[in-house]
Design a protein around this ligand. Structure first.
Ligand SMILES: C[S@@+](CC[C@H](N)C(=O)[O-])C[C@H]1O[C@@H](n2cnc3c(N)ncnc32)[C@H](O)[C@@H]1O
Length: 405
């Protein structure tokens, strides 16, 4: 796997400021800990303002006894901010519609950045809001810079042509994951003391849902996307950096060879093809992850093995029924195996079939230790496999579950 290079805290903070400017999400930027020549200057507050000349940024220079305001167009404002942060000011606090971030620089040039909160669907609209800030509130703010950078929304915070279903899927997924997290980690609260939960999204693809996870969890979690296609990993890491999502990173690699042994709290695998879903589930179970969430697709493995009872032979002449039969047998067996492995399992449609056909989700919450190999839960999985003539299956193999009693 290839690890992304880490930019400095100042660079990461400035990337976040630029993303807020570009995305129209800036509420306020304050610069503090003045160390310049003018001893009367205390801090600078920067806000967007809508002027007749177009969008500008008001800089309020706060001195001990007076305030001086200057308005700058975006390019000048950004250049001024770059000059001031790490120059005359060593602290900066950014407030956007989606997050808060704080930069603290030390005299030796080092420092740290903290993303203090990611607020789902909330946040004050920027002062002097312009047209694109009056868009509908969503679970993930439609103006989130990464949604735009990934081509889901336009500069007005509206879904681009052909992306409305993806936008809806992202919102639904964020809502669903929030509820599942509350169920799996009751009482967990956001903390400013650094990442707590380790989250892996396997087969993260273009990263839409990985970004959604990082957005809703903020600094409660370190989110890692794992994806076979290196070019997608590169794009996702760049967008994560530019959006200031410091707890999100992507690595190029294959699910089946993801290194074992690392702590893992939540395993996600959405639309990872065929047995890649089983590899991801097995990885999560082996790590003892309290929450597993998968949306399987292309359930091909069992097709050749399935023997239908005689009464189903005639309907199963039809290819579409064969396909659905294999999907059902595969996912039902996965759910039974997860129950045996110690998880309470739910299977449901996570978004209407109107928007995507690949909408089945299996969510599993760890509630006990793995059951006995000859107990009731094992017997249920074996009886099911026997009914369908299943002799071998990827998740069963990975978990060391035998279909013969
Ligand atoms: C259909 S896309 C889904 C992407 C994303 N999870 C989503 O739902 O939007 C499946 C992704 O999984 C990746 N993938 C499939 N098998 C994989 C494997 N064994 N290891 C790593 N990535 C894999 C593919 O390259 C692809 O980008």
């Amino acid at each position: 796997m290839t690890a992304p290079a880490q930019p400095s805290p100042r660079d990461r903070f400035l990337a976040l400021v630029r993303a807020a400017f570009d995305g129209g999400t800036l509420v306020k930027l304050t610069l503090g800990k003045h160390r310049g020549a003018d001893a009367t200057l205390q801090n600078v507050h920067i806000r967007p303002v809508a002027l007749q000349a177009g969008a500008h940024f008001a800089f309020v220079w706060r001195h001990a006894t007076r305030d001086i305001t200057k308005n700058h167009p975006p390019a000048v404002a950004i250049a001024e901010i770059e000059r001031l942060i790490g120059g005359d000011f060593s602290d900066a606090h950014l407030f956007t519609t989606t997050q808060r971030a704080q930069l603290e620089l030390r005299p030796d040039g080092g420092g740290r950045i903290r993303v203090l909160a990611a607020v789902a669907g909330a946040g004050a609209p920027p002062a002097g809001a312009v047209a694109h800030d009056r868009t509908k509130r969503h679970f993930i703010p439609a103006t989130a810079p990464w949604l735009r950078a990934l081509g889901v929304t336009n500069e007005r915070g509206l879904p681009r042509e052909g992306m409305a279903d993806k936008f809806r899927q992202i919102q639904k997924f964020a809502e669903l994951l929030t509820h599942l997290m509350e169920e799996a980690f009751p009482g967990a609260r956001p903390s400013a003391s650094g990442p707590q939960l380790q989250i892996a999204d396997m087969g993260s693809g273009k990263g839409y849902l990985t970004f959604a996870l990082a957005q809703i969890l903020g600094d409660r979690a370190h989110v890692r996307g794992i994806e076979a296609r290196a070019e997608l990993v590169e794009v996702c890491n760049r967008v994560a950096r530019e959006s200031g999502l410091t707890h999100l990173a992507f690595a190029a690699g294959r699910i089946e060879s993801a290194p074992a042994g690392a702590a893992l709290d939540v395993l996600i695998a959405l639309h990872a093809c065929d047995t890649a879903t089983d590899d991801a589930l097995a990885h999560g179970v082996a790590a003892g992850a309290p929450l597993l969430v998968v949306a399987p697709c292309c359930q091909k493995e069992l097709r050749a093995q399935l023997t239908a009872p005689p009464v189903l032979a005639e309907p199963l002449r039809h290819g579409i029924f064969q396909e659905r039969h294999a999907e059902f047998a595969t996912d039902a067996l996965r759910a039974l195996l997860l129950e045996w492995a110690g998880y309470r399992t739910k299977v449901f449609e996570f978004i209407s079939t109107e928007h995507t056909a690949k909408n089945l989700m299996i969510a599993a919450i760890k509630v006990r230790e793995r059951a006995a190999p000859d107990g009731e839960l094992a017997a249920r999985a074996r009886e099911f496999a026997a009914f369908y003539g299943i002799r071998t299956q990827a998740l069963a193999r990975a978990l060391g579950f035998s279909f013969s009693a």
